[in-house]
Write a protein that binds this ligand. Structure first.
Ligand code: GLY
Length: 415
């Protein structure tokens, strides 16, 4: 049996979950995570690498003779890490820069949806603040104003009236709050319903459905308060039934896949389609070109199949040969974060773990402080468990949330 060395790119809980899942494979000997976080190096077979730029990561992969690289984070994909690795004939999972535009440009992705009849909210694109303001004067509210480029989830404004839309347009297009990311904007109809994260595996020729997950993006219980990167996830999504799945297939998945083919976008990797279900109809909110965080933690903990085999099939364009198997029931992920996130928060707080923790811990914002781990970010760690019922998975995770302590610990109570 060939024993492989894997490199995961990124630094959060999603990348820890990927590293852990690769480490489960008998065929994997060593897993490196660049730049990772120091919590990940506590995982069996896993080490973190002090490399942050594409060039440093490429040099590391070459010097260590890495067999396969899996990119977790969108920033590296938008910076073309996949193109650079492929030029060197290194196996890598993720879309090339051109395909990564599906996430890194909202204008490109919305126009792609329109060209290819993918169901999405009606929208207009603007490259000029005056035109955007004139449109905002006469449109119906609420609307969503979105920056074109990547803005760490902060470039989306839900506006109930002209004054709010005017402020959002000014901040993005006149005051350049998001620099070039806000030079162009999209204004779209606000959709009212529930969200679902849909994941597909694409090998440039074919695709396989992976799973649905339910993210919890808001800071406060009851989906209230400011947006965060996500504070909890459930897999599979409890509200997607067969009838809705048929509509998603017809109005979202098939037109997306056909569109990629028609536009010569040879997409290899994970496509994450952010959906909003309004009155039983699925609309695409956005494409992301990677796994979600915290959806990845919950999905990978429920996945029974060997992620190495799935990854090899993506690289070799054999995804149709993959049999994707899941544990029965549900997996639930709860993120423990530092009070104050997503704004300002304390760092350097010692984290104490009681001995009896049954849930899997995936680390995000932590580092070593002497012999302890201390907090080093807004989202500190995720707790994940799976069970036959959602209620059992939830109970196990919430019990463990009380067995981990740091001064400014905060988490949602309603995942
Ligand atoms: N949880 C949302 C995201 O990863 O974009």
């Amino acid at each position: 049996m060939v024993i492989m060395k894997i490199l995961v790119v990124g630094k959060g809980g999603r990348e820890h979950a990927l590293a852990w899942k690769f480490a489960q494979s008998d065929k994997v000997d060593e897993v490196y995570v660049a730049p990772g976080n120091e919590g990940i190096s506590l995982e069996k077979k896993c080490s973190v690498v002090d490399a942050t730029t594409v060039e440093q990561i490429l040099n590391f992969a070459k010097s260590k003779k890495i067999d396969l690289t899996f990119v977790g984070s969108e920033d590296y994909l938008a910076n073309g890490i996949v193109d650079v690795f492929r030029e060197e004939n290194l196996a890598i999972i993720g879309p090339e820069k051109k395909s990564a535009h599906l996430e890194s440009s909202k204008v490109f992705s919305k126009q792609f949806m329109r060209r290819n009849n993918v169901q999405t909210a009606n929208f207009e694109v603007f490259d000029n603040a005056n035109n955007a303001i004139n449109f905002a004067k006469k449109t119906n509210y609420p609307v969503v104003v979105k920056a074109d480029g990547l803005a760490s989830g902060k470039g989306v404004f839900i506006c109930d009236n002209f004054e709010q839309a005017f402020k959002a347009i000014e901040e993005m297009m006149v005051e350049s709050r998001f620099s070039d990311a806000g030079k162009n904007i999209v204004i779209e109809r606000f959709l009212n319903g529930f969200e679902a994260s849909l994941f597909l595996l694409l090998d440039a020729r074919n695709y396989k459905f992976f799973n649905f997950s339910k993210d919890h993006k808001k800071l406060l219980d009851g989906e209230k308060g400011p947006n965060t990167g996500g504070l909890g996830a459930i897999t599979p999504h409890p509200s997607i039934d067969g009838r809705l799945m048929k509509k998603i297939d017809k109005k979202v998945i098939l037109p997306t896949i056909n569109g990629l083919e028609k536009e010569d976008i040879f997409y290899k990797g994970i496509l994450y389609i952010g959906l909003l279900i309004e009155n039983g109809e699925p609309y695409v909110l956005e494409y992301n070109v990677r796994l979600g965080d915290p959806e990845a933690q919950s999905i990978l903990y429920l996945l029974k199949s060997d992620i190495l085999e799935l990854s090899e099939n993506i690289v070799e364009s054999n995804i149709m040969d993959s049999k994707i198997e899941w544990y029965d029931g549900y997996s639930l992920c709860l993120v423990l974060c530092s009070e104050g996130y997503p704004f300002s928060y304390m760092k350097g707080e010692k984290i104490h773990f009681e001995p009896r923790i049954d849930s899997k811990i995936f680390f995000s914002g932590v580092k070593k402080g002497g012999s302890d781990l201390v907090t080093n970010g807004g989202r500190v760690l995720s707790l994940v468990n799976r069970a036959a019922t959602l209620e059992e998975a939830r109970k196990a995770v919430y019990q463990d949330a009380e067995r981990i302590h740091f001064n400014s610990k905060y988490y949602r109570k309603d995942i």
